[in-house]
Design a protein around this ligand. Structure first.
Ligand code: KIV
Ligand code: ZN
Length: 538
């Protein structure tokens, strides 16, 4: 499904003030606990990132699993516009896998990393500074033999000895690295400290002026955007981050926050990005739905309350002059109006037109599938809004063939008042299974019945339901996190019926867990193979 959006508010300004946006939603973002996207979902996100106007998409880490390799390759072959980047450690095997995955892209980039902090060198890599220098030299040269566009990151850069890191960065530039990204891997840095580190690095490595300098920050102390901003003020012109700030542990820099900071304060800063800000909300909702990670209501820019005014005194002020309490216009980030679009009697053609108006071009089998889902919703809901239609698209068009699907349920109450559920579920191998279960409430009973039907021993860790649009008949969007075999998996489902939405969300979480299990198994065997074939990196 490809929303087609006209070019929007793309800024222009002096080139030196242009900040490139490097999106790692599909790599660092996908490393968040519980997230596991299939290739079709990753492609859908990558296509939306291209419409958003990011400069670089880090599509994945191909050596980690055949699934990740396939997703990166699919994105490289199908997404036009942004540079498509793949991550690799410094071993030749990693770099070869990265190159093989992206080689069909019009604009391929290899991103290789190796830590420069003594803590990582001694405790994690169990090697020496000299060896790190040799590995970086070989890795960048090897990557460069494939493509001109090579990025090197000294992992744990913000906790590295500056003189040693400068030596390694100089080696990477000498071997042809075109982007040097200095990460605050652990989210430990403070803004001034991070900026000073860049100033010190520029002093020690004058050649940094010939390449793109990049920031990559983590959110452990809630400073990812502030640190990224400090790095840019110190001279960096590439910012790495993820939509909704997802990523390892507490996450990465929120791209939407960083972009809107530059956009809103442009008169003072003069810095700009190529982002079409009107695509921000839609991108955020898509990432939230496909990852199963809900957006906190008060999240800056994309939270449901980001542009809402609750206190009477604020509402009064905004009615008199919006600028009293608003620094941005909601339409700038593409927040939909919740206007009525379709009713119960609307036909297939009207639905297709409505989708087109929203920027989605669908026909054939996709239109039939969307129409069926629309009818089910329109039978229960008086008005189907733009937000509802978008939820239908995101929910129905996953393209996941190997999935658990929640097909049917029936609810009863036992003679002693306990809720009972019967369900039918299709397993990823196509087999349909039935099961029954009881619980504290109907939804709990459905989850127990799904476990019994599938034989899965999942435990519900988190459950959340939110309305997609307003009104008593609103579509409910359910997000669940399950725990299974010591790992977590997230899932999300939408319907006007909360039990349906919950069953779908649970089935998707099981699918994600299954995929993750496969990914982990594949990755473990790949790592074992790598250790046997190549015990020491090049
Ligand atoms: O946080 C980090 O250091 C990373 C590197 C791979 C850039 O994600
Ligand atoms: Zn990171």
């Amino acid at each position: 499904m490809n929303p087609e959006v006209e070019a929007g508010s793309i800024d222009v300004g002096p080139k030196a003030d242009r900040v490139k946006i490097f999106d790692t939603t599909l790599r660092d973002g996908e490393q968040s606990p519980g997230i596991s996207l299939n290739a079709a979902e990753k492609l859908e996100i990558a296509q939306q990132l291209a419409r958003l106007g990011v400069d670089i998409i880090e599509a994945g880490f191909p050596i980690t699993s055949p699934g990740d390799f396939e997703a990166v390759e699919t994105i490289a072959r199908n997404v036009e516009g942004p540079v498509i980047c793949a991550l690799a450690r410094s071993s030749f095997q990693d770099i070869d896998a990265a190159w093989n995955a992206i080689k069909d892209s019009e604009r391929p980039r290899i991103h290789t990393f190796l830590a420069t902090s003594d803590l990582h060198i001694e405790q994690k890599l169990r090697t020496t500074r000299e060896d790190v220098k040799g590995q970086v030299r070989a890795a960048v040269a090897h990557a460069k033999s494939y493509t001109d566009d090579v990025e090197y990151s000294p992992e744990d850069g913000s906790r590295s000895d500056i003189d040693f890191m400068a030596e390694v960065v100089q080696i990477a530039i000498d071997e042809g690295a075109t982007t040097i990204n200095v990460p605050d891997t652990t989210g430990y840095a403070m803004p001034q400290e991070y900026a000073d580190m860049f100033t010190a690095l520029y002093e020690r490595v004058p050649d940094l002026k010939k390449v793109t300098v990049s920031v990559h920050c983590h959110q452990d102390l809630g400073l990812a955007v502030a640190n990224s901003f400090a790095g840019v003020l110190a001279g960096a012109r590439q910012v790495e981050g993820a939509i909704n700030g997802i990523g390892e542990r507490a996450g990465n820099t929120s791209i939407e926050e960083f972009v809107m900071l530059l956009h809103t304060r442009r008169p003072d800063l003069g810095l700009w990005t190529g982002i079409n800000t009107k695509e921000i909300s839609r991108t955020s909702r898509l990432v939230s739905r496909l990852t199963g990670y809900p957006i906190q209501p008060n999240k800056a820019i994309v939270g449901r309350n980001a542009f809402a005014h609750e206190a009477g005194i604020h509402q009064d002020g905004v009615l008199k002059n919006r600028q009293t309490y608003e620094i941005m216009d909601a339409t700038t980030v593409g927040v939909f109006s919740n206007a009525l679009v379709l009713g119960k009697h609307s036909g297939r053609h009207a639905l297709q037109n409505a989708f087109e108006e929203l920027g989605y071009k669908i026909d054939g089998a996709q239109l039939n599938q969307a129409f069926k889902a629309f009818k089910e919703i329109a039978d229960r809901k008086k008005e189907v809004t733009a937000m509802d239609l978008e939820a239908i698209v995101n929910d129905e068009m996953r393209g996941d063939t190997k999935a658990f699907t929640f097909d049917w349920f029936e609810l009863h109450t036992s003679s002693d008042g306990e809720p009972l559920a019967k369900v039918k579920v299709t397993k990823p191998n196509g087999e349909q299974v039935e099961g029954a279960g009881s619980g504290d409430g109907s939804i709990d009973a459905v989850f127990a019945a799904i476990n019994n039907a599938t034989g899965e021993k999942a435990r519900l860790a988190e459950y959340r339901v939110e309305a997609v649009s307003s009104g008593q008949d609103a579509i409910g969007e359910v997000s669940v996190v399950i725990e299974i075999d010591g790992r977590t998996a997230a899932g999300q489902g939408v319907s006007t019926d909360t039990v349906w939405a919950s069953g779908r969300a649970y089935a998707r979480a099981l699918t994600n867990a299954e995929r993750r299990r496969g990914v982990v198994d594949e990755a473990e065997s790949a790592a074992a193979r790598a250790a046997v074939n190549n015990p020491v990196a090049p």
